[in-house]
Design a protein around this ligand. Structure first.
Ligand code: MN
Ligand code: MN
Length: 484
């Protein structure tokens, strides 16, 4: 946090001040703690009901429609023109969305965007997921994103996703989070028999191929017996699936089914200063970005937008990932809807003049794992929104590395608007690294810097975030969108 004068009193000219990283509670303005609590309660609800990228997407589009945002593709189809203050969204494949409000300035002067991702580390079902071994029916999975295998065993799990049946009907599956639902589970060996397992590394002790989800065990009724005696419980599951959803085994080939932790996000700590929840990477940032654009009711100077994309955890490839044509196409559609005459040059100018926060999570110092800290530069819980000039690994490898000039702009916007923030890097150089969608924005000519909430236990089934940081993401993104 930069030096701030208290009570308007000026420090003497010769007095130097330390740039301290400290908890943000004392820096909240009068009445702001109640706003923080209200925002965090909304956020906890959001985390609990949107456990997959499809659900995040559906909820954001629904919120946008409710608040009068128009479908940009429909606007252009009908040949309507947009004016400053109009609000639109553009969605693709039920997974990736841009929510925007048109500003007073021409698009060629650039947009102010905040972009995060809605996909989270999880276990995806394989095309042939169902099998029986011993007395159990199991679901074979392929992990999605960077997970520590052992963390996913012996916890209640839910199953979400879609199945497209042979007849073309699309089914929305959600099992494990509604009262009365069954849950699922991955086994681990008992300590009494773990002599061999305990000698292995943490990664090998529970191998990725062992992340099989217990799905059933009740054999088919004797009266309905048939010859495949070894598969009786699996046959029973198939019968149940057919009776419940009208699906057959081959329908798993045209399905996206995701295994995620079951249960709601919660307040963490006796003082309720933190949130424990699944998939805060990166719904803590993408929710803040979307809420900021949805909540802004005035006519902004520049066009503002929140971009919530898919596939970040597996490299941002695919047509719903950031490394796709989605954003440039959105800008082209906006130019078509706002300008009298469409011009490719306007699209290119708009991209090159766009400023963006790559809204993805960082990390916070963990008292039990100090060895990985970049000591003076480590993020600290509840010390504010993190700005990471660079990420990457192995000598900033893969980082888009924002300019000092852009950092100066961000810093000024945050300081001028009472945003509690901290400058950080991911961890000690050489111990690992990570990337975000920043480099894919930079490739389009966009000015971009990483800016998000620091988590503890990132990518674990239950991640920790501090409420100051959660709220400051919303406040900081709003300040950037409106003032950058
Ligand atoms: Mn992320
Ligand atoms: Mn991640």
């Amino acid at each position: 946090m930069a030096t701030e004068k208290k009570n308007g009193k000026k420090a003497p000219a010769d007095k130097v001040q330390l740039w301290k990283r400290e908890p943000g509670w004392d820096k909240l303005r009068e009445g702001e703690e109640a706003i923080l609590d209200g925002y965090c309660a909304d956020y906890i609800d959001f985390l609990s009901t949107t456990k997959t990228e499809r659900r995040v997407h559906a909820q954001l589009v629904e919120l946008a429609k409710k608040r009068g945002f128009l479908d940009l593709d429909e606007v252009n189809k009908q040949g309507k023109k947009l004016k400053p203050g109009d609000a639109v969204y553009r969605a693709i494949d039920g997974k990736t969305v841009l929510i925007a409000r048109i500003g007073k300035a021409p698009l060629a002067e650039g947009l102010n965007l905040v972009g995060g991702h809605a996909d989270c580390p999880r276990l995806d079902l394989k095309p042939y997921p169902l099998y029986q071994d011993e007395e159990l029916v199991l679901l074979d999975t392929h992990y999605y994103g960077g997970i520590k295998h052992y963390q996913w065993t012996t916890i209640p799990l839910a199953l979400y996703g879609v199945i497209i049946r042979r007849d073309g009907k699309k089914l929305d599956i959600a099992i494990g989070d509604n009262p009365g639902d069954p849950v699922f589970c991955i086994t681990d060996i008992l300590p009494h028999l773990d002599v061999d397992q305990s000698k292995k590394t943490m990664r090998e002790g529970i191998a990725a191929e062992k992340l099989n989800v217990v799905f059933g065990s009740r054999p088919v009724d004797k009266k309905n017996d048939d010859k495949e005696v070894s598969q009786k419980a699996k046959l029973n599951i198939l019968r149940l699936l057919k009776a419940t959803y009208g699906i057959e085994e081959e329908d798993f080939a045209s399905a996206e089914l995701e295994v995620v932790p079951a249960g709601n996000a919660r307040d963490l700590g006796f003082d309720r200063s933190m949130v424990l929840g699944y998939g805060q990477d990166d719904r803590v940032c993408s929710y803040a970005a979307a809420r900021a654009v949805l909540d802004y009711n005035d006519i902004p100077e520049k066009t503002i937008g929140a971009l919530v994309v898919d596939k970040e955890e597996i490299g941002s490839y695919g047509r719903t990932g950031m490394d796709s044509t989605f954003l440039p196409n959105c800008i082209a559609e906006l130019v078509a809807a706002c300008d009298k005459n469409y011009s490719d040059l306007t699209v290119r100018r708009a991209l090159e003049h766009t400023k963006m926060l790559s809204a993805d999570v960082g990390t916070c110092a963990d008292p039990d794992y100090k060895g990985v800290n970049s000591d003076g530069n480590m993020g600290r819980l509840n010390c504010g929104l993190q700005v990471n000039k660079y990420d990457g690994g192995g000598g900033k490898g893969g980082a888009s590395d924002a300019s000092a000039e852009f950092m100066a702009e961000i810093r000024k916007v945050f300081n001028d608007n009472g945003v509690v923030w901290q400058a950080c890097e991911l961890g000690k150089p050489g111990v690992g690294g990570g990337g975000t969608i920043a480099m894919y924005m930079a490739r389009l000519g966009i000015q971009v810097v990483d800016c998000g909430v620091g988590l503890m236990c990132m990518h674990a089934p239950w991640e920790i975030a501090g409420k100051i940081d959660i709220y400051m993401a919303y406040k900081g993104y709003m300040a950037f969108l409106v003032n950058a």
